[in-house]
Design a protein around this ligand. Structure first.
Ligand code: UT7
Length: 329
């Protein structure tokens, strides 16, 4: 079995912002409520000419540069998103074309906000077995095109962004970096709590479907909140137990950035100090599959994450899906 390691990360957040003050003009809400209940002040909005693969391209180029690899070195692209460029072809193929990653296989992965953690886990399997050497894992979304700006329960949360990581076979005996474990879960019984239904085979886009606003994200926020805390703390605890690693030996926890209160409650359940939790939600909002990838890259680039540290990722999303990934950087 080979060891996997992350050798480069990158992210891209569009410059344009939707601030709490902007939202005050659209729905019955206010800056104080949003900040206190979510920790979010602004979300990013992609330029009209950009689709999800464009945001992913910007993030991927940075990740490849950090990894000191060319797109031609990639064996695989795993693209996690719930906001694909098109239903067909896959967004991973659009990215492959834009990157000119000629020799790789690429596919999309649908696990909503848990998608990046799922993607890293899948990459690890291909690397461990020796089947692939260099895999680009991307989490990217243009959620502002699917947000109902008349629904104050969701429009305050979601934004656009992309993050990417290059996962490679670690052939350097002196480098201790490796993926220790992943614990992934899904519970389809609770699928109705968070949906985006229009455009699929069950609800093709019709006037009726648009009238019912099924082309927008719908969420039972209170229920999702409870499940998010439970699920992320459960799979994080499992990661620690499975590897006999204590919280003291973890340098950074990077949870899905959905809501600061969810992050704080998860840390409390785990018994972790917020000092070792990466929180990057204030200026980007919830970017679904991109949140963990963006937060990871920010923490790498500003020096919080250092070689040799143990890092715990955990995510939760529609499905319901959840997962954790523990690795040495
Ligand atoms: O990434 C995928 C997973 N998504 C998430 O993890 C999001 C999970 N959910 C949440 O983050 C939170 O549930 C929300 C931020 C969506 C809502 O916060 P909450 O603390 O759960 O609020 P709530 O839904 O329990 O509503 C509390 C009150 C209600 O008024 P009453 O019934 O107490 O009079 C709401 O009508 O706040 C009201 N409210 C608002 N007020 C001002 C709901 N949304 C807003 C708003 N502005 N935007």
């Amino acid at each position: 079995m080979y060891r996997s390691r992350i050798i480069g990360t990158g992210h891209f957040l569009p410059e344009d912002k939707i601030t709490n003050q902007d939202l005050e003009k659209m729905v019955d809400t206010n800056d104080q409520w949003i900040v206190e209940r979510t920790g979010i002040s602004a979300r990013r909005k992609a330029k009209p000419e950009h689709g999800t693969s464009d945001l992913a391209l910007f993030a991927s180029k940075k990740a490849l540069e950090a990894a000191n690899l060319s797109a031609k070195d990639l064996d695989m692209i795993i693209f996690a998103t719930i906001t694909p460029d098109y239903t067909m072809p896959s967004t991973s193929c659009m990215l492959q074309q834009k990157l000119e990653a000629s020799k790789c296989v690429s596919f999309d992965l649908g696990a909503a906000c848990s998608g990046f953690v799922y993607g890293l886990s899948v990459a690890d399997q291909f690397i461990k077995t020796g089947a692939k050497k260099n895999i680009l894992v991307v989490g990217a979304e243009v959620l502002t095109r699917y947000v109902d700006y008349t629904d104050r329960g969701t429009c305050i949360l979601f934004g656009d962004g992309a993050g990417a990581a290059v996962v490679s076979r670690n052939e350097d005996e002196s480098d201790t970096a490796e993926f220790y474990s992943h614990h992934l879960y899904s519970d389809g019984h609770l699928s109705d709590l968070l949906t985006l239904k229009a455009g699929g085979s069950v609800l093709p886009v019709t006037y009726e479907v648009l009238e019912q606003r099924e082309n927008f994200v719908k969420m039972n926020g209170r229920e999702i909140f409870k499940h998010a805390v439970r699920a992320m703390s459960k799979c994080s605890s499992e990661a620690l137990e499975a590897n006999k690693i204590s919280l003291d030996d973890i340098s950074w926890i990077i949870p899905h950035q959905a809501n600061t209160r969810i992050i704080e409650a998860t840390a409390k359940h785990l018994g972790a100090s917020m000092d070792k939790v990466v929180v990057e939600i204030e200026d980007m909002g919830n970017t679904s599959a991109a949140t963990v990838a963006v937060a990871l890259d920010k923490a790498v680039r500003d020096g919080r994450i250092q070689k040799g540290q143990n890092i715990l990722l955990t995510a939760f999303g529609a499905g319901l899906t959840s997962g954790s990934l523990l690795f040495k950087y």
